[in-house]
Design a protein around this ligand. Structure first.
Ligand SMILES: Cc1cc2nc3c(=O)[nH]c(=O)nc-3n(C[C@H](O)[C@H](O)[C@H](O)COP(=O)(O)OP(=O)(O)OC[C@H]3O[C@@H](n4cnc5c(N)ncnc54)[C@H](O)[C@@H]3O)c2cc1C
Length: 662
């Protein structure tokens, strides 16, 4: 018997339940109206698709790797051929729909989501985005209906993040009008390639394009390009001559994806197999390109591949929604301890549990709006091909992918802990989500590397500003903010502590932008100073942590700005009130987390810091009171979030049956 349970509770369990309910209701001191469905809260697109797929696809637990890989392949084929859902059609025409399908599929089994991404976004996307009409005509249908399963073979054993360091070569042979693909040493073996170990028939292989010349050097290296290389026979599925394939084996997660290693020994492919959108080779071996330098071509090529990154940021928010839903529902239902002689309380009534989960719930909403914005900008970019928009989406996708996936990875650990022992049962999913999602921090660009790209872009914008250049759309706030924010903080505002002021979006956004502007200005000054003695590479390394903080701070500003906008545009007043509460919690929790920075420069005086702390506490408590409705807003199908079902007394039997009790 539980030490807090009374004899009366034991004799009259229904009275105990009523008492608990009254106690629970009494906690709603200032209840907010329940959330109404509204466009701003419409997170149903993906969940609805998932519901449709639910019956067909189960989330596998404890399945052997070989079976899991086959299951994922069968599911992918069934999705396309039986359910007639054709993700590839949307890769270019309607990216928002494509990402929604990936999220829905991934919420059932992350391996399946990634398998789908490898086929349509990586392999298919490289053909569509780096190739030209002849490639689309030849490969579109085969990729679309999965007759041509393929791989995206960029990473090598020795080079992952540093793509320009790749060593695989594609040498043009003018005699036979072919390219010869070679792996010059073991370090150049393509590694981790999804779909390579078992199912792939083709690979888009990234290699240095080598052309013969008539000068003393004999050859010219034109930089990294992509080539379509058949790796297995279309009929027999036998590995083709000159190609060696090995299995990368068991991984920490994502074991439904068959990652493999590829070595090429003088593999000949037709000249037409060069994906020639940004650079081409004529019959006589002459190179042509509309872009003047290797660096510009390389940037254009990578710019076309940001879709994968956008998809990862978007799906990562999907996994955060799933795990927050599991942890919040569990915490609402689970009861431990309570006041003497009274029923036990829900664990979400503990302040510590609220502080673990409520800021996370707020962040999930914040990331939802930010990644929706990213998808919108990405779709616009795909239609308009505007150079400025391309640069903008590149930096935004790098920043959001890095920030969101790192946050989700940490949150998955917190959610596991928040669900206690039951969070550790594989059937309750948090473990597999945690393991499967972990690599999101590394592939499609390592997060630390991506954040540095954001910092580099900010520094470029900063330099341009002082040279009278234009600023890109997302970074526009720097235009107004620099002068305003870099002057001394206003000592009067620094002391304002009223709730109205602290909940004013202007105060919140100003605080975020002030921090970013300060970090940007000081990073620029430090880099200038250190580059005199250390050179630019050394100076960058000396300031690296500062630059990472700058990038994160900037991304947080972008996220908050999108959230504030979403609250403003929410048409339903009760939903708007709930969202405003959540948005305030997101903003103030972040400010509180970095209060030292604000205090150091007296941007926030001690009395104001204390008021922020108190208000954050209060907001956590208020959000807790509508936490159930807030996670309902994600509309995750019950089969995807089993843990809370297992904790409802009427459904205990499902859980006990699971471990063998009759
Ligand atoms: C499951 C899985 C699936 C994959 N699928 C594919 C695929 O289908 N196709 C494909 O081409 N690749 C694939 N990859 C490879 C993936 O894209 C690379 O692992 C990734 O790009 C990182 O490269 P790396 O592993 O060489 O890490 P490294 O670049 O060696 O990084 C290792 C560490 O060094 C740090 N580091 C590196 N450079 C810097 C720097 N400049 N400053 C500070 N720190 C730095 C990183 O932060 C990281 O912590 C996959 C990988 C995995 C594990």
């Amino acid at each position: 018997m539980n030490p807090n349970q009374t004899a009366e509770d034991e004799q009259h369990p229904s009275i105990a339940a009523v008492n608990r309910r009254i106690q629970w209701l009494s906690l709603h001191l200032t209840p907010l109206p329940p959330l109404q469905p509204s466009p701003q809260l419409n997170m149903l697109t993906c969940a609805k698709s998932a519901n449709k797929l639910e019956a067909r696809f189960a989330n596998p637990v404890g399945i052997p790797m070989k079976e899991h890989r086959e299951l994922c392949m069968r599911q992918l084929v069934a999705l396309v051929r039986e359910a007639k859902i054709k993700p590839f059609r949307y890769v270019v025409d309607d990216p928002a729909k494509y990402f929604a399908i990936t999220e829905a599929v991934g919420s059932i089994d992350v391996s399946l989501g990634i398998k789908l991404g490898v086929q349509f976004s990586l392999w298919g996307g490289s053909v569509l985005n780096l190739g030209t009409k002849k490639h689309r005509d030849k490969y579109f249908d085969g990729i679309d209906n999965v007759d041509y399963p393929g791989c995206f073979a960029m990473t090598e054993l020795h080079h992952g993040s540093n793509v320009q360091g790749l060593q695989t070569t594609a040498t043009f042979d003018p005699v036979t009008d072919e390219f010869i693909i070679d792996t010059p040493n073991d370090g150049a073996i393509k590694w981790w390639i999804g779909n390579a170990a078992v199912h792939g028939k083709f690979a888009s292989v990234f290699a240095k394009l080598i052309l013969p010349t008539h000068d003393s050097k004999k050859i010219s290296d034109m930089g990294v390009h992509a080539f379509i290389v058949p790796i297995r026979d279309l009929e027999t599925h036998q590995t083709l001559p000159g190609i060696e394939i090995q299995d990368c084996g068991h991984k920490i997660g994502l074991n439904g994806v068959d990652n493999g290693a590829l070595r090429f020994r003088s593999v000949r492919i037709p000249r037409d197999n060069l994906l020639n959108r940004f650079g081409d080779v004529c019959r006589d071996g002459k190179y042509t390109s509309s872009l003047p330098t290797i660096n510009k071509r390389f940037a254009a090529m990578l710019g076309e591949l940001v879709g994968g990154r956008v998809g990862l940021a978007y799906s990562s928010v999907g996994f955060l929604k799933v795990s927050v839903t599991i942890a919040v529902r569990y915490s609402l239902l689970r009861q431990q301890f309570g006041p003497a002689e009274q029923p036990e309380v829900s664990i979400l009534d503990y302040q510590s549990q609220q502080h673990k989960l409520m800021p996370m719930l707020a962040s999930t909403y914040a990331f939802h709006f930010a990644t929706e914005y990213l998808v919108e900008k990405y779709s616009e970019m795909k239609k308009m091909h505007d150079e400025q928009l391309v640069a903008d989406v590149h930096a935004l996708s790098a920043g959001l992918k890095a920030y969101v996936t790192s946050y989700t990875a940490k949150s998955l650990c917190t959610c596991r802990e928040a669900c206690g022992g039951h969070g550790y049962a594989a059937v309750n999913r948090i473990g597999s989500l945690r393991n499967d999602h972990d690599i999101f921090q590394t592939f499609e660009g390592d997060n630390t590397v991506l954040l540095q790209q954001v910092a580099a872009d900010l520094l470029k914008q900063y330099k341009d500003k002082f040279q009278g250049g234009t600023l890109s759309v997302t970074w526009n706030y720097l235009r107004e903010s620099m002068n305003l924010y870099l002057s001394q903080p206003n000592p009067i505002i620094a002391r304002w502590e009223s709730t109205d002021h602290l909940r004013d979006p202007k105060f919140q956004l100003d605080a975020f932008r002030y921090r970013t502007s300060k970090l940007l200005q000081s990073a620029a000054a430090r880099l200038r100073k250190h580059s005199k003695t250390l050179g630019s590479f050394g100076a960058w390394n000396r300031c690296q942590n500062h630059l990472l903080t700058l990038a994160e701070s900037h991304i947080e500003s972008v996220i908050l700005a999108r959230f504030i906008e979403a609250v403003k545009n929410c048409p339903d007043s009760s939903s708007r009130a709930a969202l405003k509460l959540v948005c305030d919690l997101y903003a103030l929790d972040r400010i509180w987390n970095d209060i030292g920075t604000y205090r150091n420069v007296d941007y926030i005086a001690p009395n104001k810091a204390k008021a922020i702390h108190k208000l954050t506490d209060y907001l956590c408590y208020q959000v807790r009171n509508i936490a159930g409705e807030l996670v309902d807003g994600f509309d995750i199908p019950a089969s995807v979030t089993r843990a809370p079902i297992a904790m409802q007394s009427e459904a205990y039997s499902q859980y006990t049956h699971h471990v063998g009790f009759q």
